[in-house]
Design a protein around this ligand. Sequence first.
Ligand code: NAD
Length: 417
Amino acid sequence: MCCRWTRTRPWRISLPASCWRASRPTRRTTMQLREKFGRPLRLAVIGGGPDSWIGRMHRGAAEMDGWFRVTAGVLSSDPGRSRAAGVAMGLDPQRCYGTVPELLAGERLRQDGVDAVAIMTPNDTHYAYAAAALDAGLDVVGDKPVAHDFAQAQDLVRRTRAQQRLFAIAHGYSAYPMIRHARQLVRDGAIGPVRLVQVEYIQSGLATRVEDGPLTSRLRWIFDPARSGLALVMSAIGCHTQHLACFAAGANVTRVMADVGTLRPGRQVIDHVSALLEFEGGARGTFTVTQAAAGGENDIRLRVYGEAGMMDWSHREASYLKLAMQGEPVRTIGRGDPDLPTGILALGRTPRGHPEGLREAFANIYAEMAQERMARQLGEPVPDFPYPRIEDGAHTMAFIEACLASQACGGWVDVER
Ligand SMILES: NC(=O)c1ccc[n+]([C@@H]2O[C@H](COP(=O)([O-])OP(=O)(O)OC[C@H]3O[C@@H](n4cnc5c(N)ncnc54)[C@H](O)[C@@H]3O)[C@@H](O)[C@H]2O)c1
């Protein structure tokens, strides 16, 4: 039934109507929500000082559409430097705190206290800061990995639910409009039942022996496994990669058989993981991540094969999605194509052909979480947004543990649920 050339619009493959209808709120309805709420949400940033690139990314994305205003922060593990950095950033000096406990206590006393925190500190602090923020009644945007292990991540799931809070994860790649469209096409059955998922994330930052020095403060925590997590490459990019595959395929991983180790001989931290995957529903998959591939840049590629066709997405051309139905010409779908569903179009901000990137994708996560929060608070219908949540983070931690267990036993290992 699907995927024949239509007579009237030969450039458009005739996917089921549901693939093209509006599935999410449009810009107009979201503007009404914000007007009704009456103010932007107030956000405290934890980490992401002037020296970190991801701090600028979070702050810019949070404020991009006016859903959030960054109003408070703890920007360094050193209280003096933290306060100075906040002031230099233009925050109210009274809301530039030295530590996270000070921030939570200080904001609780204010009439205009923050609504949420965004956490972008070194990995070993994520769990404790997120738990404290949830217990203080705040929503959380957490960077990955959300915790040290599956048990801690499950605890964050419990706290989020017990406090009836929102917990978004900064998996920006899954918030690109074309990844959202790919996911919707899978859900609508456009390529049939998913049979194979191939995902890879290749970088070159560890292609040389940077650990031999000189070490910046960033490299010091990254090369300390007690601080960076169970497996360095998984904490850095493997989290994103597994989430992207599961998000697009609409299924979690049930079993893995993994090769976990180093491409660079003699290295003490894990810089490479390749794995065979089995997904819910039986689809098979391959997964490769490394930060030690010389010449690599930030190369992410995702291919999802169904019974009737496949989709191909590359981060190098993030605004385009290739759709190839069996026996039919390949179609390239572009962000901003006029016949896309309005909900997908609303994830872009500039007319088609104008480059958008990771910052806008991050902004989509912030925008969705803010809309959910505002709708809840106003008693309005709560939109069902697909932004990454703490439950996804828990699955990621279980996936990482299963990869390590598979390496240890040399066989297939179930991913805990
Ligand atoms: N989502 C993404 O795409 C993405 C990309 C890069 C980094 N990250 C994540 O962001 C986090 C930070 O990575 P980075 O590369 O920016 O590290 P970084 O070391 O460059 O920066 C860390 C920042 O946090 C501050 N900081 C350190 N300890 C702190 C504390 N206890 N309290 C408050 N501030 C503190 C530091 O002063 C610094 O400004 C990591 O968890 C990493 O996984 C996510």
